[in-house]
Design a protein around this ligand. Structure first.
Ligand code: NAP
Length: 391
């Protein structure tokens, strides 16, 4: 290890982004996995601890336990002497540990907000995959980063693309950003077909292998609504500066249009390892594990406007960009509960977006909430959505 080696804490290392981060770090010089966190998948977490021998590990599904609890599910016990932390507080400690240079925030959903905020308060570079943290608490997170000097760098491929394209001009020269969306497995389906969607069909994304929640969000287009809100906060954009186009090939990851009409795009194969790597190595670019585009064969790129049903979720994203305050917490919470209910067969696919809209419309937005008020808005929305499902 050289004195310039960067210590990384991967929050959510057992998930899709977490595992991709480890795959990137395996092939990069100058980075060390200092900390890992897992929730329910302790077998996988134990395997990762065995491979990377991190200094600290946080397990969040339980509030106490011993190293033996982490390892006794696997056949070969290991004499690991690092620090083991349990429960949500353990995650906060890991995210703010002084030894950590970069926190990869890869927990799914609102469960990642507190640790992301802890990393921001501690002034870390935060490689942000956990978009829900910004959707719920954008203003609070951005203001905390301003105060602490934390560097929020995007991992979402679309936001990484925008970030890279923004280097092509000054901020006041940006007319708008255009987020691309694959459209998911149902991009060519009509409303009637959407009534019949089965869980395994919604979990079969044509281009990306991701965790179940974001895969369902991609199918409903709610993922793009959340990304509009994420872009609004990350890049300080006005709602009218954020457009969405459907791009089935997932090669153009997003675009930035400047005031002179020039449009810059970032292109690469659909592989999350590339934006993860850039978030770690920025401002440098390094060779990594991602294959390159094949310029020797013919291929085409389609860019189409979203259709009427796809626009319904996007309108919710735009509404939250306009309203700000507690509205993001409400949209996120209703969506998290609805997605879980769909996965458990308690509501239909076609009910996800309309039910979120209904509850968002009942909500009186508090434009300048405290952290505690965001948590209260989240709790209110979860309760309302659970009642909606039971009704
Ligand atoms: N996957 C992608 O390609 C992709 C692309 C762009 C953005 N993102 C964003 O990245 C984030 C992670 O997505 P993912 O696809 O990697 O999700 P995932 O595969 O479902 O992984 C989620 C991770 O969060 C952990 N976790 C779940 N509930 C938790 C809780 N209550 N407390 C603490 N940790 C918890 C899981 O632990 P266990 O597995 O141990 O339970 C796992 O490590 C999401 O915000 C998503 O929108 C993902």
């Amino acid at each position: 290890m050289t004195p310039t080696t960067k210590n990384i804490a991967v929050l959510g290392s057992t998930g899709s982004i977490g595992r991709n981060t480890l795959a990137v770090v395996r092939q990069l010089q100058g980075f060390r996995i200092w900390g890992l966190s897992g929730h329910s998948n302790l077998t996988q977490l134990a395997d990762q601890v065995r491979e990377f021998a991190p200094a600290a590990v946080a397990c969040t599904a339980r509030t106490d336990g011993t190293v033996r609890d982490l390892f006794d599910r696997t056949e070969t016990p290991m004499a690991w002497t690092g620090r083991l932390m349990w429960g949500p507080q353990g995650l906060v400690e890991l995210a703010s540990a002084p030894e950590v240079d970069i926190v990869v925030a890869a927990i799914v959903g609102r469960a990642g907000l507190e640790s992301t905020l802890a990393a921001v308060h501690a002034g870390k570079r935060v490689a942000l995959a956990n978009k829900e943290a910004l959707v719920v608490g954008g203003q609070v997170v951005i203001e905390a980063a301003r105060r602490s000097g934390a560097q929020l760098v995007p991992v979402d491929s679309e936001h990484s693309a925008i970030w890279q394209c923004l280097a092509g001009g000054r901020r006041d020269e940006v007319r708008r950003v255009i987020l691309t969306a694959s459209g998911g497995p149902f991009r060519n389906w009509d409303r009637q077909q959407l009534q019949q969607v089965k869980v395994d069909e919604a979990l079969a994304h044509p281009n990306w292998r991701m965790g179940p929640k974001i895969t369902i969000d991609s199918a409903t287009m709610m993922n793009k609504a959340l990304e509009m809100i994420e872009a609004r906060w990350l890049f300080d954009l006005e709602p009218h500066q954020i457009e969405v186009v459907i791009h089935p090939q997932s090669i153009v990851h997003s675009l930035v249009e400047f005031v002179d009409g020039s449009v810059l795009a970032q292109c690469s194969p659909p592989d999350m390892k590339l934006p993860i790597q850039y978030a770690l190595t920025y401002p440098q670019r390094m060779p990594g594990p991602v294959r390159t585009l094949d310029w020797t064969s013919a291929w085409k790129l389609d860019l189409n406007p979203p259709n009427a049903w796809q626009c319904e979720a996007l309108e919710l994203g735009r509404l939250v960009c306009q309203r700000g305050g507690t509205s993001g917490a409400v949209l996120n919470a209703t969506n998290e509960v609805a997605v879980q209910a769909f996965l458990e067969g308690r509501i239909s696919f076609a009910e996800i977006v309309p039910s979120c809209r209904e509850i968002l419309e009942q909500h009186q937005t508090n434009p300048t909430p405290t952290y505690q008020q965001l948590i209260e808005a989240d709790a209110w929305a979860r309760q309302e959505m659970n009642q909606w499902i039971l009704a």
